[in-house]
Design a protein around this ligand. Structure first.
Ligand code: 13P
Length: 338
């Protein structure tokens, strides 16, 4: 393993002023997004949509793109590999390698992320295709009687095994333990679960001998559930998230790239900005957003060729807003100015 090379990739992924575009929706998820804008989810439409994003000016704010398996092998309409479009924007191609979740036996309502079998083989093919980082998402739900420690530990163990395999293949692992926003839980509950999950994940990474300098953490923010009422104040989310991470995430980790998890676009930007304004932590903090970057361009595009410029503009705007937030320089007025 070449740790210096892994570290250089990780540092580039989280360099202030840029962040990660999560465009790795599985076939089922992208179909849901396309259904919402009345676009049929064909291979060609998925390609056209993602090509539009990768050719937009907003890519200058994007340090890396997480791709789904189908996309990493696709060519643009003119025959250029989509991976090359990303590289030409000085951005790093990445790949989602987990194979989704399955029910975890003996833990009703809890899941385990699968895909470790033959992962080494798949990673080597993805490396040859240009991928330099990967993503694996563990899903933790907060509900009556869940999560349980056994399920957290099983998911953390899988994340650590995945991370070790990635590093051996020259690929930087994004370690993503996502605590869902579903439900009506309060921010204190999310705070406690986030701390327990992160502590367990870093224990497992240590046991798996994963050098933290060669990874990126993709956590949720400490936030109340979608159904919790009026929601928490932006500064409360920022202060609690920083505190929870300081208590559980070693400083050897180069950077944190948050998921948006269903937060409204501007709120996801405001939270990231507030954290970077507070500062005082040892990691770079940026975004690795899916929905919070893509909801606006999807709506503007609606599957129509004539809408491509407007959709690219919408994407560029959100990418720029989040890039400013990664520097702690975003202001509400920037949204209105656009
Ligand atoms: P969201 O920002 O939409 O949560 O997606 C990020 C991601 O990659 C979740 O796994």
């Amino acid at each position: 393993m070449n740790l210096a090379a892994l570290n250089a990739i990780a540092e580039k992924m989280v360099a202030p002023g840029r962040g990660i575009l999560a465009a790795d929706e599985s076939s089922g998820t992208i179909k849901k997004r396309f259904d919402a804008i009345n676009v049929e989810s064909t291979e060609e439409n998925r390609r056209d949509y993602r090509e539009m994003l990768f050719r937009s000016e907003g890519m200058k704010y994007v340090s890396g793109v997480i791709l789904y398996d189908e996309t990493i092998w696709q060519n643009a309409a003119d025959g250029t590999p989509l991976v090359k479009l990303i590289q030409d924007a000085d951005s790093i191609p990445g790949i989602k390698v987990d194979e989704g979740v399955q029910p975890l036996s003996h833990f009703p309502g809890e899941t385990i992320t699968v895909g470790l079998d033959r992962l080494a083989e798949r990673l080597s093919k993805y490396f040859d295709q240009g991928a330099r980082f990967a993503k694996w998402r563990a899903v933790i739900d907060i509900a009556d009687g869940v999560p349980n420690f056994g399920a957290i530990k099983a998911n953390a163990h899988a994340l650590a095994r995945y991370a070790a395999l990635c590093q051996a293949a020259g690929i930087v692992p994004i370690v993503e333990p996502e605590i869902l926003m579903d439900g009506a839980h309060d921010i204190e509950t999310c705070d406690g679960v986030t701390r327990l999950v992160l502590k367990t994940v870093f224990d497992e990474l240590y046991d798996a001998r994963v050098p933290l300098e060669g990874m990126v953490l993709k956590p949720n923010m400490v936030i109340c559930g979608k159904g919790c009422g009026k929601g928490a104040h932006v500064d409360d989310v920022a202060i609690r998230t920083i505190a929870a991470l300081k208590a559980t995430v070693p400083s050897a980790v180069p950077g944190i790239a948050y998921l948006s998890g269903g937060q409204a676009d501007e709120l996801a930007t405001a939270h990231l900005d507030a954290m970077n304004r507070i500062g005082g932590f040892p990691w770079k903090m940026t975004f690795s957003y899916g929905r919070a970057l893509q909801a606006a361009p999807q709506k503007a595009w609606a599957g129509k060729k004539e809408n491509v410029p407007a959709a690219q503009k919408a994407f560029t705007h959100r990418a720029k807003m989040n890039a400013l937030a990664s520097l702690g320089q975003w202001e509400g007025a920037h949204e209105k100015a656009a």
